[in-house]
Design a protein around this ligand. Structure first.
Ligand code: NAD
Length: 462
């Protein structure tokens, strides 16, 4: 066993872990980062956000080439799908970015350990890899992320019944894909395969899609996805799935049994803490298996911190990054902060759906007085020129103070447009602040300005 000493050990090199390691190195600590996968970057870079975006972009181009470019007077003939080449685009994208993370660790003089990291009593971390390392350290950050959940009676077999990792890698377009769960993954990957030619049926337990997002926005999204060919069965509680002769039969209360070629289970993720040695130091977890932390990301044990999907809050890469930076700043400088009210959530479908802050439902539930301002992309010059007129920007502001409490965008480049509203919320801006800021013409961002004007009933272009 090889022995080493570092100031800080980060277990996990996903967006939370590698960013925490970089920030700690910037602040002068001697940092080690442990990763069990050969490629760095975690679920997000290897098998999540990045590869799914590569396929979402590529499949959208296919749809455009097959027909929707016609509206611009561009006729394309002989369009064929080369799924192998599309998958190589995904692989190249992932490779470039995961290698980039390795470069970043090197640049910041962070020691990288390859293998499975685990706590082994106070101040000790063991790395089980090709070599075994025993690392002594003052502080540890656990950033081990999450793994896909499944349902009772539905077992992953890696081929017919799968999670998102396998559903990114298919080399043939399934004839009929059933997706369980109308959340982020179900809608993004459901969209990819529907665009490439699959019949896609989405089974959702609740009576709506995208739970947690603004209800009106989710309804609009469902209408648009239906037009794109996605079929939804709501209030469908999946009770089991079995595979016979290469076909999957899905059983659900609220639906007849459905036969399909592939079943994607996208019902959420659970914290990844297996084999992490939490018991060796007595770290507490909650009823959902998440590591319990205080407001400075400290676990129940001194010197051990946890961030990202393995703790409470939305399982989003950028939330993990913010926590990684703030956790390190808190432990080195004594102060670090994440504004959980201003973490955006984006579904990268077509159109995109982006959200920050409170939904209308949450404001009603908390009896907060609010005003709504909405503006449709239909009335925006740039959206017309792009032939992307579906959707709207909706801004929720406090009825008395005018402070922006939430914003919900469905439409072209919603994921980019929401950034302005996130910054506005970080600065405690009012709807009027946004309305009085100059927005270049002609841009999609003018829809944000108009929605802010709409809060006070004074839109200019409708
Ligand atoms: P999710 O929580 O977004 O959606 C899960 C869906 O499954 C919900 O609609 C839920 O009601 C439904 N469901 C749960 N049990 C069910 C059952 N028995 N039958 C039918 N439906 C059921 O989870 P996800 O889509 O699996 O994504 C996992 C995590 O990954 C999420 O936390 C998300 O934040 C993250 N993610 C984010 C992005 C992004 O930022 N664009 C993309 C992919 C994944």
């Amino acid at each position: 066993m090889k022995e080493a000493t570092h100031d800080l050990v980060v277990i996990g090199a996903g967006p939370g872990g590698y960013v925490a390691a970089i920030r700690a190195a910037q602040l002068g600590l001697d940092v080690a980062c442990i990763e069990k996968e050969p490629a760095l970057g975690g679920t997000c870079l290897r098998v999540g956000c990045i590869p799914s975006k590569a396929l979402l972009e590529a499949s959208e181009r296919y749809v455009e080439a097959r027909g929707s470019l016609k509206r611009f007077g561009v006729k394309v003939s002989g369009v064929e799908l080369d799924l192998g080449a599309m998958q190589r685009h995904r692989e190249r994208t992932v490779k470039a970015l995961t290698q980039g993370v390795a470069g970043l660790l090197k640049k910041n003089a962070i020691t990288r350990y390859a293998g499975h990291g685990r706590l082994d009593g106070p101040g000790v971390v063991i790395v089980d890899g090709e070599d075994t390392h025993k690392i002594s350290c003052q502080r540890v950050i656990l950033a081990t992320g999450s793994v896909p959940s499944t349902l009772p009676g539905v077992e992953f077999d890696g081929e017919h019944i799968v999670g998102s990792t396998e559903a990114l890698e298919w080399r043939e377009v399934p004839e009929h894909l059933v997706v369980i769960g109308a959340g982020y993954i179900g809608l993004e990957l459901g969209s990819v395969w529907a665009r490439l030619g699959s019949k896609v049926t989405v089974l959702e337990y609740l009576d709506r899609i995208l739970p947690g997002m603004d209800g009106e926005t989710a309804k609009q999204a469902q209408r648009l996805f239906k037009k794109q060919g996605l079929q939804f069965v709501l209030r469908a509680k999946v009770t089991g799935a079995s595979v016979k002769d290469g076909k999957v039969t899905v059983q659900a209360d609220g639906s007849d049994p459905i036969e399909c070629d592939r079943l994607l289970v996208a019902v959420g993720r659970r914290p990844s803490t297996e084999g992490l040695g939490l018991d060796s130091v007595g770290i507490e977890t909650d009823e959902r298996g998440r590591i319990v932390i205080d407001e400075h990301w400290k676990t129940s044990v001194d010197g051990v911190y946890a961030i990202g999907d393995v703790v409470r809050g939305p399982m989003l890469a950028h939330k993990a990054e913010e926590e990684g930076v703030a956790c390190v700043e808190a432990l080195v400088e004594g102060y670090g902060h994440v504004n959980y009210d201003a973490i955006p959530g984006i579904v990268y479908t077509h159109p995109e759906i982006a959200s920050v802050g409170k939904t209308e439902e949450q404001l009603k539930d908390s009896a907060t007085p609010y005003k709504v301002g909405k503006f449709p992309f239909m009335a925006n010059g740039r959206a017309k020129a792009l032939a992307e007129t579906d959707g709207q920007v909706k801004i929720l502001a406090h009825a008395e103070t005018d402070r922006i409490l939430g914003a919900h965008v469905i439409g072209p480049r919603a994921g980019d447009l929401i950034a302005e509203l996130v910054v506005a919320m970080e600065f405690g801006a009012s709807a009027e602040d946004v309305a009085r800021s100059s927005h270049a013409h002609p841009t999609l961002a003018e829809v944000v300005k108009e929605a802010a004007l709409a809060v006070h009933g004074r839109t200019l272009n409708i």
